[in-house]
Design a protein around this ligand. Structure first.
Ligand code: ARG
Length: 467
């Protein structure tokens, strides 16, 4: 018999078929090369299902015990790194392996379930574990930000808008901005996990099952808070994949912005950060080069994560209820997003942890940059001058100084008083960057005392979550 004449007897669905699929078609349709990542989850789901079948009398006690024992062996093999190959998908592989171990009784496990509810369950279990691991990586990242912030409560650098020097800020303030972004990312992950904590198993192929199953028992066994209420919805929606992909994309965009700042700050022009040799690379031709590759790659990999979200949304947008094979395309995309985001978070953590901030360069960059001009206008406005009038007076002063090639720091008391009468008696350090940051004590502002308060709050939030 040629290959294609053989009945498809090794397939879970072989009964109806008189010929095997063409090997090219098998290669095209098989998901094992990527869904084998969910092997442990598949076995766990099967153990819970098997126990439920035994409790409900759908399987005899002996059969349930034999199946569970076989599944436990498979679990151990998976933990030991067994090579998973030679089947259509992970569900088929586990059942095949079970049959090798315990014989035909393995065939009883699939009562009251389908690969459709199985794959939805496995995917939820797997993503939940990965999201937990990612959260731990983010906690570590935040810890580094908190640590660095603690060392730079008074380190002044230019704050930017439009990438132009705007107003001076302290470095801790800048770093804490990323802390709060990651804090919201962790919130989003936790919200997602709550919503995703519903069990699809028991929906069977799409319409439910005539067996007297106990879905709540299976949910408890697998740590799901609820069961999915509608069997069609349970097997056919992938909103939990889309939502996680969206959460990851927002997170990756945060990482990418930080990465971009690392790239900028490590240029000769900025010189605000010195990367450790452990996390930078050189050029094969230019001996002087030290490149911020990790940050560049983290920025560049954002393209994949955004692309994965787009791909997932596109896969789902035209699917009629209920299961469709299109959904097999969800796994590689969401796995890639998880791998990418976690990898970027870990690499950037190391970059930041080992970086040196060039605090003198930062301060020097604020000299002569007119970034305290707002302080002059605020000074007038706080003394009753309408802010617009104050803005105009200081604007003219800045223009005059620029024409003369001078800076705000060179202003004399008399020149100030000449610019506006309300400047009479102004303190000498009015235009200093230190006075400028000290003055911004509004909640969330850059004054060191306010940043210290914020840092304490951030630390408390971090502790409260438990890493
Ligand atoms: N490999 C499939 C997936 O990832 C598993 C479900 C298969 N179900 C089916 N009826 N072909 O979606």
């Amino acid at each position: 018999m040629s290959h294609s004449d053989q009945p498809a007897g090794d397939k879970l669905w072989g009964g109806r078929f008189s010929a095997r699929p063409d090997p090219r078609i098998e290669a095209f349709t098989h998901s094992l090369p990527f869904d084998r990542r969910m092997a442990a989850q598949d076995v766990r789901g099967s153990i819970a299902h098997c126990r439920m079948l035994g409790r409900q009398g759908i399987l005899s006690a002996e059969d349930a015990a034999a199946i569970e024992a076989g599944l436990r062996e498979i679990q151990a093999e998976i933990e030991a790194g067994v090579i998973i190959e030679g089947a259509e998908d992970i569900h088929t592989w586990v059942e095949m392996r079970l049959r090798e171990k315990i014989g035909p009784v393995a065939g009883r496990l699939h009562s009251a379930r389908s690969r459709n509810d199985q794959v939805a369950t496995d995917t939820r279990l797997y993503l939940r574990e990965r999201a937990q691991a990612l959260d731990t990586a983010l906690a570590r990242f935040q810890a580094v930000l908190l640590e660095q912030a603690g060392e730079h409560e008074e380190t002044v650098l230019p704050g930017y808008t439009h990438l132009q020097h705007a107003q001076p800020v302290v470095l801790a303030h800048h770093l804490l901005a990323y802390f709060w972004m990651l804090e919201r990312d962790r919130d989003r992950l936790a919200d997602w996990a709550t919503r995703a904590s519903a069990l699809p198993l028991g929906a069977a192929a799409l319409a439910g099952t005539p067996y007297p199953i106990d879905r709540k028992f299976v949910a408890r066994e697998l740590g799901f808070a609820r069961v999915c209420e509608n069997s069609l919805d349970a097997i056919s929606d992938r909103d939990f994949v889309l939502e996680l992909a969206a959460v990851l994309t927002i997170l990756q965009v945060h990482l990418s912005r930080l990465a971009e700042e690392i790239v900028l700050w490590s240029t000769r022009e900025f010189g605000f950060i010195e990367l450790s040799d452990r996390v930078a690379t050189g050029s094969s031709i230019m001996p002087q080069k030290k490149n911020p590759d990790v940050a560049e790659l983290a920025r560049g990999k954002t393209g994949r994560v955004v692309g994965n979200l787009t791909a997932l949304l596109t896969v789902m947008k035209g699917l009629p209820l209920a299961y469709n094979s299109d959904m097999q395309e969800d796994k590689e995309r969401i796995f890639d997003s998880l791998d990418t985001v976690e990898g970027c978070a870990q690499a950037l953590t190391l970059v930041l942890e080992t970086a040196t901030f060039c605090t003198e360069r930062m301060r020097a960059a604020t000299v002569g940059d007119f970034s305290t001009a707002t302080d002059l206008a605020d000074y007038l406005a706080l003394r009753g001058v309408p802010f617009r009038e104050a803005h105009a007076a200081v604007g003219q002063l800045v223009r005059r100084l620029e024409e003369q090639g001078r800076t705000l720091e060179s202003l004399t008391g008399e020149e100030l008083a000449a610019a506006h009468p309300a400047f009479a008696g102004a303190p000498a350090d009015l235009v200093s960057v230190d006075a400028s940051v000290r003055a911004r004590r509004s909640p969330g502002g850059t004054a060191p005392e306010e940043v210290r308060r914020q840092l304490a709050q951030a630390r408390a939030a971090w502790e409260a979550r438990g890493a």
